[in-house]
Design a protein around this ligand. Structure first.
Ligand code: AMP
Length: 375
């Protein structure tokens, strides 16, 4: 099994904050970093040894990456098949392309999840209003219509509260590729588990994260999640079953819904470190980024024990100024900023990890900062 040694170069496709945090961990471990990204001075580009400025599907850029790196990983998921295949053939891409291809498409993803006997909300792929109406007869309302590809942070979705909404929902998403309609899960909590599997087949999961979204963007991650121990165990087991079933290498974020009767449904997968795992950077023995680098470079995986309760809160463009004004108060809070120059509304600029004796205390400390309006 290939071991990539410190001093060798890790290539990262995509120059955003996930790439930056992977690269920072990798640098601490002694690696060189090359990044491929269309824009200059990207969050990851700023701290890389080699910056390749090219579009994700440019052959020239891919060739430069192949010349420069010893191993390739990605933080950007929407790489087209042709480029990914080329990269897989010309570079060492331990994560492979299969997982990426599967998670790029909601229906393929759900098929894979259910093939391992794991639960998802009942769904149907629909390509006409008639099929949508038939599907609603079977799964009932409320439901949600989603594009199979390209959707993120709630984009490419239309909620169907009653059957008469189907026409409007279909019109909204028609022409945006294949569609999937799924039953609305009356969840009490949204959870996620980050699972890592190394090239040697070793698997770890990080503690279950409880996620709070605002306007479909992750707002807070609370760990330990305020759910019973047996549910945490079940969630972690589901993530391990997926990682083993998929024979995956690298990192997978598994997003789930929890219902009042403690049933879990898998909502979505992301084949990379994830925003809901940023809490690990300060609160766990190993961060999700270091673990990812360990996994793809053939190191043994690190411990994932939670050292202290934590709440991660995201800093969007509109929060940045207040976050900076409050700097003298961050004695026990860990601030992470991504080096983005333009603080646009809704843009993820950084995050704050607040460690405390309990998650209640951490939530209180965040509230006292009065940066994020109460909802
Ligand atoms: P997604 O892009 O699939 O992660 O969906 C974005 C958000 O919409 C989720 O975080 C949920 O809050 C909500 N959502 C999506 N699908 C469902 C569903 N089937 N049932 C309930 N809520 C959903």
């Amino acid at each position: 099994m290939t071991v990539i040694k410190p001093g060798q170069t890790i290539g990262i496709l995509g120059g955003g904050q996930l790439g930056r945090m992977m690269a920072l961990s990798a640098r601490e471990m002694g690696y060189r970093i090359a990044v491929l990204e269309p824009t200059e001075h990207s969050p990851c580009g700023q701290i890389s040894d080699v910056e390749i400025i090219a579009t994700y599907d440019s052959r020239e850029g891919a060739m430069k990456l192949a010349e420069t790196c010893d191993v390739l990983t990605y933080e950007f998921e929407n790489i087209n098949k042709e480029t990914a295949k080329w990269l897989e053939n010309h570079l060492y891409l331990p994560q492979g392309y299969q997982l990426l291809e599967m998670t790029q498409h909601r229906a393929r993803e759900k098929q894979a999840i259910t093939s391992f006997g794991l639960p998802v909300a009942p769904y149907h792929v629909v390509d006409s209003l008639e099929k949508l109406d038939n599907a609603l007869e079977q799964i009932g309302v409320p439901a949600v219509l989603k594009t199979c590809t390209g959707g993120y942070d709630g984009k490419g979705q239309a909620v169907i509260k009653q059957k008469s909404d189907s026409n409007y929902a279909f019109e909204q998403l028609q022409g945006k590729g294949e569609l999937i309609v799924e039953q609305w899960v009356p969840f009490i909590k949204e959870l996620s588990v980050i699972v890592t599997r190394s090239v040697h087949g070793e698997v770890t999961t990080f503690p279950v994260a409880e996620n709070i979204h605002r306007n479909n963007i992750l707002h807070q991650t609370i760990v330990p999640a305020r759910i019973p121990e047996h549910v945490q165990e079940q969630a972690r087991k589901m993530a391990v079953d997926l990682a083993e079933g998929l024979n995956m290498k690298g990192t997978l974020a598994v997003e789930m819904f929890l219902t009042e009767s403690f049933d879990l449904y898998i909502n979505e997968l992301a084949p990379r470190p994830h925003n809901s795992g940023h809490y690990t950077m300060n609160a766990c023995e190993t961060s999700q980024f270091e673990q990812h680098i360990r996994a793809i470079c053939g190191w043994p995986l690190g411990g994932t024990t939670l050292v202290k309760p934590v709440v991660m809160v995201n800093i969007l463009g509109e929060h940045l100024q207040s976050v900076l004004d409050n700097l003298p108060k961050y004695s026990t809070m860990k601030l992470h900023l991504y080096g983005k120059s333009e603080a646009k509304e809704g843009r993820k600029m950084g995050h704050l990890n607040v460690l405390a004796d309990s998650v209640e205390d951490a939530l209180l400390e965040i509230e006292k900062l009065a940066i994020w309006p109460n909802e």
